[in-house]
Ligand binder design. Structure first.
Ligand SMILES: [Zn+2]
Length: 125
């Protein structure tokens, strides 16, 4: 059993969800509180490194939209994302959806984090 796969059947995409948050919760593989959390995408790649999007089809309008998993994780577990703010994974794993690993930053803070040479990262616990 690969570490990032859950025990249930791989997601086939036929299930209707009332909201994108419901779909997020369905795909979520919660780890320990301080571990990185992933989405189960049913593929043989580790979603932690690459996967940060999922799509949801609105059963009312039949329109499909793509959502950034990290943003939805923040909305579900923390609350509304402050206007004009960005979310940064403090663990630097693109696909991580553990709200404890998500930090709200400004655009310039985000830029500094990835382009500056300071290695200090703030840990909130
Ligand atoms: Zn993480």
């Amino acid at each position: 059993m690969m570490k990032w796969r859950s025990n249930r059947k791989p997601y086939q995409g036929e299930i209707n969800f009332d909201s994108y948050k419901d779909k997020f919760m369905f795909l979520l593989i919660k780890g320990e509180e301080d571990e990185c959390w992933r989405m189960d995408i049913g593929l043989n790649i580790d979603p932690l490194e690459k996967y940060n999007h999922f799509s949801w089809r609105d059963p009312k309008t039949s329109k499909t939209k793509t959502y950034v998993a990290r943003k939805v994780a923040y909305e579900v577990f923390v609350g509304e994302i402050p206007p004009k703010m960005m979310l940064m994974p403090t663990c630097r794993k693109l696909g991580c959806v553990n709200p404890k690993h998500i930090k709200v930053v400004t655009r310039s803070e985000l830029w500094k984090e990835y382009n500056g040479d300071e290695n200090e990262k703030s840990e909130r616990s």
